[in-house]
Design a protein around this ligand. Sequence first.
Ligand code: S3P
Length: 169
Amino acid sequence: MRIFLIGFMGSGKTHWGKQVAQKLSLPFYDLDEVIVSEEKRSIPEIFGGSGEEYFRNREKEVLEKIVDENSNMVLSCGGGTPCFFNNIEFMKKYGTVVWLNTQVDVLLHRLLKERVQRPLLKDIQDEDLKHYIIRKLNERRMYYEQADVIIDKEDAISMNDFIQTVLHA
Ligand code: S3P
């Protein structure tokens, strides 16, 4: 089985992905990490040096490669992955897509602490971050909502409930 975790920056995709993979004894991949190791440069360096369009192309290529090479795995996507090309349809075709629909205030709290590696947040002041999250989330919701499973309140759910919800999709 293939499980794709999608959701906004800071929604907990990597955290949950690692744990779910371990619990189900599946290989774990983090899409951003695979891109970084192939490119041998950080996400901000890729955005800064080659631009977002280049990154989105690489993201699609690496997504397709991981799927091609693994019929069983858990993949934590980047926040924008399902929103470009036909990536959401592609993921749904080849596995179960899980949206971590984390509340805005939880995202805000996490992103205020972890924004350095996220080029999209580079020019946003702390006081504008909540507004940015709401606006971007509204833009992206139409993609995220296509997930096969939606997890609300991921900050309050147990690992067992999470796994059961995903497995019974
Ligand atoms: C992005 C999210 C990031 C990373 C890149 C772009 C986005 O991943 O792929 O900075 O468009 O939301 P995380 O969701 O892991 O921060």
